[in-house]
Design a protein around this ligand. Structure first.
Ligand code: DQA
Length: 146
């Protein structure tokens, strides 16, 4: 099984960016941890990060036929991007939403998740460990559906 782990704006600044909220592990560290944990579960991973909404839409479209699942943290586009929601629905690849912070306990503007509406797994507030947790839950969902 092969998953695309997709990260949106400012997640390249993990470790530097508001460490009190997002922790001290940087983007490369998150990639290492997620790749390692997923490998233990028999999940191969590809990673992509962009600060640009259209690039994320392109990456979702390009995942067709190449990935069995998408683990996505759309960053702030979570709360604004109908284009990312539509892309996830268009490709119909099983998807898991991840948020490093507990968005449910943050500002009112973070309480809507458009991308999450196309996801069958939601892992929120588990830090960077959330990516591998989401991948495990997504794998289980895919296997149950088979
Ligand atoms: C985030 C939460 C979003 O509200 C925020 O804009 C991010 C990161 C998270 O991982 O907690 O960029 O998706």
């Amino acid at each position: 099984m092969k998953f695309l782990v997709l990260n949106g704006p400012n997640l390249n600044l993990l470790g530097v960016r508001e460490p009190g909220i997002y922790g001290s592990v940087d983007y490369d560290g998150m990639v290492r941890i997620t790749r390692q944990e997923c490998a233990k579960l028999g999940i191969e991973t590809g990673f992509y990060q962009s600060n640009h909404e259209g690039d994320l839409v392109d990456a979702i479209q390009a995942a067709r036929g190449r990935f069995d699942g998408i683990v996505i943290n759309p960053g702030a586009y979570t709360h604004t991007s109908i284009a990312i929601l539509d892309a996830l629905k268009a490709v119909a690849i099983p998807a898991a939403e991840v948020h490093i912070s507990d968005v449910t306990k943050r500002e009112a503007f973070r309480q809507v998740s458009y991308a999450g509406m196309a996801c069958c797994v939601h892992v929120i507030g588990q830090g960077v460990a959330g990516y591998a947790i989401a991948a495990r839950q997504l794998k289980e969902k895919i296997e149950q559906a088979e």
